[in-house]
Design a binder for this molecule. Structure first.
Ligand code: ADP
Length: 428
């Protein structure tokens, strides 16, 4: 039996989707809505290798979900919406509560909403996505796949901050780490390409996109990662500062009379590659300007590379040895220039790139002299979401069939599982 499952990533003004046929892992269609909450939204759809873009007079996530389900019916990718048996949602923060992907019921939804305190820009809108699809597709299971859960295996000495311990106990202030689905996926893919078991490997994964993080993976388990309590920490990113002396913020607040929100905007939206280069947060633009000799762009790239290397060095020390260094996401997958600069700076570790392979589409790009594999593995977070949702769906089915229920009974229970009110979404 084949299932049609949706993988959903809802952002504050966007909704990304991919419809899969499972267990075949076939992508039927994909796309995204952007500028939700503004006067007009844009809608991009890729179906049967055709990409279309249009402007729509829709203004909310609710209307986007409605529009999407109508598109699925209109294109006849489903005869009826009941064919969609599961919806997997990317959820930014699972706190210490969610150590793996889960099926979402009322209790879990409430917990995701409660965790909004730790991810105010993401969890509320992730919860809205869950509610909207639960309402529109009452027969489908809703699953949550957390950005944080892969990192729940970090030891305390890596996830605790050296601040009074009561702040951890009372407020759960600690390193959580993000991009977990991506790090886990590319590490497993890398093991497959190497023809080895992940449990025999020590891997460092570099997710270098607009948001960027590095993960230290010991035999399949995350033991350290560069992002922290929030995704602002760690590497320098497109617009985020990454790690800086924390007192810079209080100094700026006093000096410029900034509010907390204004200070947060400085480190989240005006810093990183954009802040230093003064050009853009898009790495391609900065690379172009650096190639043209523009000093601030050259400096931004040098700083970006230094910080990547510094995390890699720390993590090699933690792992004791390195079997594979893996690059992924927009910059990691596409910029041979950055891979060359990073590996060139880490020659002391025995890493050596093959320049030709680095420019090719091959997954293994190390030279024969390299002491570790160097790899480029495209990430696929939606596939992880679809896989996890499918495995939760299978578990639900097994449990129900062992209770002797018919498919119709199962559907009735499903529709009662998550009956929630969709609250009004407030845009700012
Ligand atoms: P996110 O999902 O975090 O928004 P992506 O993984 O899509 O980010 O990565 C976006 C980044 O990748 C941008 O900075 C973009 O400039 C960069 N990028 C994409 N293609 C290339 C390329 N060919 N060379 C260098 N950088 C690239």
């Amino acid at each position: 039996m084949t299932d049609k499952l949706l993988a959903i990533n809802s952002g504050s003004s966007s909704l990304k989707f991919k419809l899969f046929e499972m267990p075949e892992e076939k992508v039927i269609l994909s796309g995204l809505y952007e500028r939700l909450g503004f006067q007009n939204a844009t809608f991009v759809l890729t179906y049967k290798s055709l990409k279309t873009k249009e402007t729509l007079a829709i203004t909310s996530h609710e209307e986007a979900v409605d529009h999407l389900l109508n598109v699925l019916l209109r294109l006849k990718v489903v005869e009826s919406l009941e064919e969609i048996t599961g919806v997997g949602h990317r959820v930014a923060h699972g706190g210490e509560l969610f150590k793996c992907s889960i099926r979402v019921g009322e209790k879990e939804l409430h917990a995701i909403e409660e965790l909004s305190e730790l991810a105010p820009l993401h969890n509320p809108v992730n919860a809205i996505g869950i509610k909207l699809f639960a309402k529109a597709l009452p027969n489908a299971i809703q699953a949550a796949v957390f950005d944080t859960s892969f990192h729940q295996t970090m030891p305390a000495e890596n996830y605790l901050y050296p601040i009074p311990h009561e702040f951890y106990e009372k407020y759960k202030i600690r390193k959580y780490g993000f991009h977990g689905t991506s790090h886990e996926y590319v590490a497993n893919e890398a093991a497959g390409i190497l023809g080895k078991k992940i449990t025999d490997l020590k891997i460092i994964t570099c997710h270098l996109g607009n948001g960027a993080s590095i993960c230290c993976i010991d035999r399949g388990k995350s033991i350290n990662t560069s992002m922290g309590f929030t995704p602002t920490a760690g590497l320098m990113m497109g617009t985020r500062s990454g790690d800086i002396d924390p007192t810079v913020l209080t100094y700026l607040q006093r000096k410029l009379n900034l509010t907390t929100d204004e200070t947060e905007r400085v480190i989240n939206l005006r810093s990183g590659i954009l802040g230093v280069s003064g050009v853009s947060n898009d790495f391609r633009d900065v690379e172009r300007c650096a190639n043209a000799g523009e000093e601030q762009s050259i400096l931004a790239i040098e700083m970006f590379v230094k910080r990547i290397c510094s995390f890699i060095l720390t993590y090699v020390f933690e792992l004791g040895k390195l079997d594979a260094l893996v690059f992924t996401a927009g910059i990691g997958e596409n910029s041979a220039f950055i891979r060359e600069k990073v590996c060139g700076s880490l020659k002391g570790l025995g890493l050596a790139l093959d320049p030709k392979k680095n420019e090719s589409n091959e997954p293994m790009i190390q030279s024969e002299h390299s002491t570790s594999a160097i790899m480029v593995v495209p990430t696929d977070e939606e596939l992880v979401i679809a896989r996890d949702t499918f495995s939760l769906l299978e578990k639900v089915r097994k449990k129900k069939s062992s209770h002797g229920l018919t498919i119709r009974d199962q559907q009735r229970i499903n529709s009662n599982y998550l009956t929630v009110q969709v609250s009004k979404i407030v845009y700012n």
